[in-house]
Design a binder for this molecule. Sequence first.
Ligand code: SAH
Ligand code: MG
Length: 218
Amino acid sequence: MIKEYLNNINNKETNKLLVSLKSYAIEHNVPIITDDGINFINQMIKIKQVKSILEIGTAIGYSSLSMALNSDVVITSIERDEVMYKEAIKNIKIAKLEEKINVIFEDALELDESNLSKFDLIFIDAAKAQSIKFFNKYKTRLNDRGLIITDNLLFHDLVVTPIRDKNLKQLVKKIDNFNNFVVEQKEFDTYIYSIGDGMSLSIKKDVMKWKSLSLHLD
Ligand code: SAH
Ligand code: MG
């Protein structure tokens, strides 16, 4: 299989903490990002020279820690689950990255986003049924030409699988809605990739350029 082939060739994670968090995630059913997914993000961070990141959905801090260990970034991450929040805080302390990663213990849908600064990258990886809400709420916190990356858009291929279970069907429908929504956003150039569990990359267009263009059209 192609995946196996690449898995054997590509460099593996060697950081001891990240390796142990991966086993913890498997053991405790924590849906952390795939190797493909985090490598995609980490390389985007380097290409775009991203300095500040907002993450919605910290879980045990795996993706935050990987980003902070790979590049010189400051991260604000939001988590609503107390058990996850505490695990994340513990792990960030072990890595001595308290100065770089700030976890906010709150529901991201309730948090007053106007108190947040602006970010170069927003990574949406929380409740999958709410992605449109997260996108609309937090896009106001994105710098011009900033990136929004959203995870789990293929949902273990369930977006193309017939489903009987009513709740699951509804959830998958919402993910499908998000996918159609995100590619239509006019202020962004967006493409959905089948990396990891499916990720969209949305690049915010330059607002000043946009305004002057539309002035010319008037
Ligand atoms: N980004 C992590 C994985 C996050 S899993 C990684 O890849 O390592 C999704 C997390 O989002 C869960 O811990 C869940 O508790 C949290 N979450 C879901 N909805 C949320 C909300 N509305 N506000 C804050 N956190 C939320
Ligand atoms: Mg995810």
